[in-house]
Design a protein around this ligand. Structure first.
Ligand SMILES: C[S@@+](CC[C@H](N)C(=O)[O-])C[C@H]1O[C@@H](n2cnc3c(N)ncnc32)[C@H](O)[C@@H]1O
Length: 804
């Protein structure tokens, strides 16, 4: 069992900035103060001025004029952009500069296939980055890569990625945020202004096109580009995404993909707002849900309101303005009723006209209506769930798995376990149900007085002992209870509980359960146990060596009727994209070369599932008079989580008999185990080969592991616990004792659309320890054949194995 120490109860805080793509005034201290007075937390500022832009354009023009036709660029000196002059930049080092987001020029094209344009763009970019870093800027917003150049697609992406990598070295403290649209829509790149350098790319480098054929939108196209850039930059933690939210959000799968990436800014352009019945600017339900989801991340992104108009009162410092508190009436903040407006990509002409009216009316009453609405959303975020409150601060935080068998846990760790609102109730239900069934079936017991003998093995500070006693009362069955614990410190508390809470009715035994001979009888012999209750499960079920411990204590179990609670458990897997975890493990790698060979316990949060179940069909919606199937935008897709293997208790006697023969290297025991030792624990090795379908392209950073356990399966049905995201809601909602496990891959694995990821997973043992090995392969079907595209390293946690 593994869990955190935090019960953070805070509501998400929104940091909101204002961004103008063409800001007319330099951001002076006074402008910044005015923005803060209006309720903004930050402002953007361009790094260079229109004057600088004009001088670069004239440099380009004079080069082109002097260019000798037919002579290639290599035979002519390429233009050099001169160093910045004061007139070229509004920035200067100041105390307030860290409150600004500096913006590199959006009119350059680092990805241009024309070497001249790329050359100029790179110079501009490097000058800007270096100067921003010099001034003390911390955060820079960089235009994402231009993907379309005529008919060419992604041609200059590698150049762009290289330039970003270079920029990260130019400013060693700078955080770069790449402004990415959610989807690749070629038309949106067409709308750029006429002075964009991309427009000057020469015909010989850019194949042009007639009309728009051959340029479909690509839902994951911009994500793909981002993936290339950050991979080239080796997952730098100083590189993140500024996501531009369109008016109509893409399918939930695309939203989830971006959600899993290091989102630092959510940019909300004015066009992404709708107008509701009261004439207020509001966001569609899918936008609200996406923002709400993002704001619950451990590192919640900032929100950047983009081109929603200038900062009010900027020219009149004496004007007294109301501050955006977010206290709007529910009517003012009500959702916009018209599904049409939220489904079209940009406001309809009628809406635009209406919008202009609203703006002039609204601005009198509320000078910052967009900001007021976002503050309203902030104030009205749904309260945190039990798991969020319990795990706050532990989202995506890598922890080494506990080893309660080798290590002795601290009291505080037990205390955290004991806060679980579900687990102990379910154990009590399971024990009570088992006792009822025992009575109903008239089974004999191991005691002389008819009491059912229960041993809580690995009892810690005793919560399951309390529940076992209570279950006896619940079921009206007499019980005789033993508490077996090897932790000498917990043993002290167990004895105290026995005196103070259990009226001395429990027999406390301080021993490793594997060495326990069973209840000591008055005649000095050892009796048997009817019900063995244990909680030795880890995040991947068997990773805290429950199978080995329970095998070792099974000799005390009543051979005829004895049962184990839990009766069985299963380990489950699904491939995931977890860029943040991958970046974190890279950062640890220098100090810990085993970091990619460690199964980490982690409260998975900012992840995406690489293989998902087919979404349920959605009801038809009427759009522009026709009934269409709209993608479901509210509920994230469920992952395909598959069962790797299972363990059942009690273990079959013949299996344990064979294990005993092998122990000590007996000649009839087969001459040792396959991976070392005598082979006595070889019955607890497992292997699973699972195949996951990837409908969409994606990237796999590793495998998420979960477990399910059947505590008891009796007359009344099964009583189960689950951390599997597909079943936990149904089986043990709000259980917080276990976080999932993450088996990382050293090299992220690209999974193309309609490919399959085959996962091989082993549980290995050499009689002294247990470890896992994992490997991933990807396949596509070509011409009826299954073609292997890639193969990961064979990872192994042997050097970090769980000691038996
Ligand atoms: C995950 S804790 C559970 C504690 C307690 N049952 C609870 O639910 O809060 C597992 C406990 O089992 C104990 N334990 C693990 N292996 C053991 C062994 N072989 N013999 C005795 N105790 C063991 C550990 O010391 C620890 O107290």
């Amino acid at each position: 069992m593994d869990s955190p120490h935090n019960t953070g109860d805070m509501m998400p805080v929104f940091y909101i900035g204002q961004h103008e793509t063409t800001r007319s005034l330099p951001v002076s201290d006074q402008v910044l103060r005015q923005a803060q007075d209006c309720g903004y937390d930050m402002l953007t500022t361009p790094i260079t001025t229109p004057h600088f832009h004009a001088s670069v354009l004239s440099l380009l023009t004079s080069y082109n004029q002097n260019h000798v036709d037919g002579l290639s660029d290599v035979h002519q000196a390429m233009p050099i952009v001169p160093p910045l002059k004061p007139v070229d930049t509004p920035l200067t080092p100041s105390d307030t500069i860290s409150q600004m987001i500096a913006v590199t020029s959006p009119w350059i094209d680092l990805a241009s296939p024309d070497p001249l344009i790329a050359h100029l763009s790179r110079q501009v970019f490097n000058l800007e980055i270096a100067y921003a870093a010099f001034c003390g800027v911390m955060t820079v917003l960089v235009q994402g890569p231009r993907l379309h150049h005529g008919l060419l697609h992604s041609q200059g992406l590698s150049q762009y990625a290289r330039a970003i990598k270079e920029a990260l070295t130019l400013g060693s403290y700078l955080q770069l945020h790449l402004l990415m649209p959610m989807i690749d829509n070629p038309d949106s790149e067409d709308g750029e202004d006429l002075s964009n350098l991309a427009r000057f790319a020469r015909g010989e480098y850019v194949e042009t096109h007639n009309g728009k054929e051959g340029r479909p939108t690509d839902q994951l196209g911009t994500w793909d580009a981002w993936n290339v850039v950050r991979s080239v930059c080796n997952y730098s933690t100083r590189l993140s995404v500024a996501l531009n939210l369109p008016r109509r959000l893409p399918a939930i799968g695309v939203q989830s993909r971006w959600y899993s990436e290091p989102l630092r800014l959510l940019c909300l352009p004015a066009s992404s707002f709708l107008v509701n019945a009261r004439g207020s600017f509001v966001l569609s339900k899918p936008h609200q849900l996406f923002i709400s989801r993002c704001m619950r991340l451990r590192n919640a992104p900032w929100i950047l309101l983009t081109d929603i108009g200038p900062i009010p009162g900027i020219n009149n410092p004496d004007l007294i303005l109301p501050f955006s508190t977010g206290i709007l009436s529910p009517g003012d903040a009500a959702d916009a009723p018209s599904p049409r407006s939220s489904l079209s990509r940009s406001p309809t002409p009628a809406e635009s006209a209406q919008l202009a009216n609203q703006v002039s009316r609204k601005s009198k009453a509320d000078p910052t209506p967009h900001l007021s609405y976002i503050r309203y959303l902030q104030r009205n975020q749904p309260p945190k769930s039990i798991i969020e409150r319990f795990g706050g601060g532990f989202q995506d935080y890598l922890q080494s798995p506990l080893q309660p068998l080798t290590d002795n846990l601290e009291s505080i760790t037990y205390e955290v376990f004991e806060k679980d609102p579900v687990k102990y109730d379910w154990y009590e239900r399971a024990i009570a149900q088992a006792l009822r069934d025992w009575k109903t079936e008239g089974k004999s017991t191991s005691s002389t007085n008819g009491a059912v003998v229960i041993a809580v093995v690995g009892s810690g500070r005793g919560p399951l002992v309390t529940r076992a006693i209570q279950a006896g009362h619940d079921a009206g069955v007499q019980v005789e209870v033993y508490a077996v614990e090897k932790n000498p410190n917990a043993y002290v508390l167990l004895q105290r509980h026995n005196e103070e809470d259990w009226r001395g009715l429990v027999t406390i035994v301080k021993t490793d359960m594997r060495a326990w001979k069973g209840p000591l009888l008055p005649n000095g012999s050892h009796g048997r146990v009817d019900i063995l209750v244990s909680e030795l499960l880890g995040s991947f079920a068997d990773n805290e060596l429950s199978p080995e411990c329970l095998d070792g204590v099974q000799h005390v179990l009543n051979q005829q009727h004895g049962i184990s609670i839990p009766a069985s458990y299963t380990a489950h897997l699904t491939p995931i994209a977890a860029p943040r975890l991958h970046a974190d493990i890279i950062a640890r790698f220098a100090a810990d070369p085993n970091s990619f060979e460690t199964p980490w316990v982690v409260m998975l949060h900012q992840i995406d599932y690489v293989s998902t179940q087919e979404p349920a069909p959605q009801p038809l919606t009427e759009v522009n008079g026709t009934r269409q199937n709209q993608p479901k935008v509210e509920t994230p897709l469920l992952p395909d989580v598959q069962t790797a293997w299972s363990f059942m208790h009690p273990c079959s006697p013949s299996v344990l008999a064979q294990s005993n023969v092998r122990r000590g290297g007996s000649a009839s025991g087969g001459g040792g185990g396959a991976t070392g030792g005598d082979g006595a624990n070889e019955h607890n090795t497992r292997f699973a080969k699972l195949s996951f379908r990837c409908n969409e392209r994606g990237i796999c950073h590793g495998l998420a592991g979960y477990f399910e356990t059947v505590l008891y399966d009796g007359i009344g049905g099964k009583i189960e616990l689950s951390t599997n995201p597909v079943t936990m809601e149904r089986k043990s909602k709000d259980m917080i004792s276990w976080f999932p496990i993450f088996f990382p891959l050293k090299v992220p694995f690209y999974a193309p659309e309609n490919s399959e990821l085959d996962v091989s997973m082993w549980r290995q043992t050499d009689d002294r320890k247990v470890w896992y090995e994992w490997l991933v392969e990807s396949f596509v079907s070509m011409g009826g054949r299954r073609v292997r595209l890639g193969l990961s390293d064979l990872h192994s946690s042997k050097s970090n194995g769980c000691l038996m």
